[in-house]
Ligand binder design. Structure first.
Ligand code: C5P
Length: 235
């Protein structure tokens, strides 16, 4: 059976809206992405609620700290049964290796994903923080380091996905935000791809937020994306 690649970003602080989205979308989508905003408000209650509805959680906390602290955080998240958790690759090799080692020891083990360069940063922003060279080179070198350090994959823009796949192989998981169904408003996303383009470029999972959560009928919006990807949806 094909893996359901659709991860819905839950970027709202409204508890009732969150509950309704999870309840209705859980049977249709592959997972939910829980970032700082809902997590700081509702914490593990939200994660548990998603699990209770039979779905999975990508805990998008972009961990970045000393190796021991990140390893402990990964351990906690893994014991809570999250499906994916991410960390900044700029935390370095030892941080990623320790996190990967901890994750491997827990069953079921979460997928560990690296954040390379935030898509809000351009070459000049990198230069200001002392990192030389074009963003694309940095993304690739950090993805390589994540791979060597035992991470399962990276979060990457659709534009970056193709090169990462070519360089690091098709087993290395690529999770891609910045995805817009054809004709959908871009909001603040700049370099977007359609769901189909993102998967063709090498993404294993796509993260879609507003085009689903703000649609008049979120379930229909999610189904439309999946059907366009050739996934059968029930109902
Ligand atoms: O609403 P939208 O589909 O743009 O939501 C995309 C989600 O993915 C948001 O939670 C956003 O913070 C996240 N994200 C992103 N670009 C990145 C990393 C994360 O859009 N490079």
């Amino acid at each position: 059976m094909k893996v359901n690649p659709l991860i819905v970003a839950l970027d709202t602080g409204d508890k009732e809206v969150l509950q309704a989205l999870v309840e209705h979308l859980a049977p249709v989508v592959g997972a939910f992405k829980v970032g700082f905003y809902p997590f700081l408000l509702f914490g593990w209650d939200l994660v548990n609620y998603i699990h209770s509805r039979g779905s999975r959680v990508f805990l998008d906390l972009k961990l970045h700290d000393i190796p021991n602290t990140v390893a402990i955080a990964v351990e906690v998240a893994a014991h809570r049964g999250v499906f994916m958790v991410n960390l900044h690759t700029l935390g370095g090799r030892e941080m990623m290796e320790r996190a990967a080692q901890v994750a491997r020891e827990i069953s079921p083990r979460p997928l560990l994903l690296g954040v390379t360069v935030l898509t809000s940063m351009e070459t000049q922003d990198l230069k200001e923080v002392g990192i030389q060279g074009p963003v694309e080179h940095r993304v690739l070198s950090l993805a390589r380091l994540a791979h060597e350090s035992g991470l399962d994959g990276v979060v990457a823009s659709p534009q970056e996905a193709r090169t990462i796949k070519e360089e690091l192989g098709k087993e290395f998981v690529i999770v891609t935000p910045g995805v817009r169904p054809p004709g959908s408003p871009l909001h603040d996303q700049k370099r977007v791809a359609t769901p189909r383009e993102a998967l063709l470029a090498g993404a294993h999972y796509i993260v879609v937020g507003r085009p689903i959560c703000q649609a008049p009928d979120p379930v229909a919006a999610a189904r439309e994306i999946l059907e366009d990807l050739g996934m059968r949806t029930e109902g």
